[in-house]
Design a protein around this ligand. Sequence first.
Ligand code: GAR
Length: 205
Amino acid sequence: MKTKRIIVLISGRGSNMLAIIQNVQSGILKDICTIQSVFSNKSDAAGLHKASKLDIPTHVITSKGKKRKNYNEMLLDWLKKENPDFIILAGYMKILSPEIIREFPKRIINIHPADTLQHQGLHGYDWAFENKLITTKITVHYVDEGLDTGEVIGKKEVDISDCRTIEEIEQKGLNVEHEFYSECLRKVLTGKDGKTQRDLFIYYA
Ligand code: GAR
């Protein structure tokens, strides 16, 4: 099987990115994909430094101060030039333009810290806390032109009944995200349909 080339998009600390890099270098994504580069819309994203330290090339196009259309055009030009097999969003906090999504159909994947059927957009863990949930879910999905409406690749439940603060919920959720994202990527990148892996994936659709 040909190794897939991926680009990881981040906006911040990059803990999911780091987990993916570690899995590519010596874990469940080894020999399945290579990381072409890590991209950020913020030059001071902490994840960029972490990626560089692990010898991953990084690239920045600053979104701040640019019109959304101009920024997305620049990003699309760069992505077309790089032509990755998959684009992996890992805490990337900008909305991709329809042009980018149409250029890479079913080749852009996102992780969302909630059930996408119940909560879309930002602050998934705050939402779980405010709604006093005893379990929440992590969703990995393809990105389409809506906000967190793309086809679900996998969902995993997280027991947060013992968490008393948003920080505790986030920490527990992130621990699950770090493992689950790579598990889902492995399924997609090896061409296996996650929908048959009922031990790993819970489906609600
Ligand atoms: C993660 O919890 C991720 O699921 C979330 O941002 C955090 C990024 O953390 N993404 C979204 O909310 C996207 N809507 P990280 O930078 O440490 O990976």
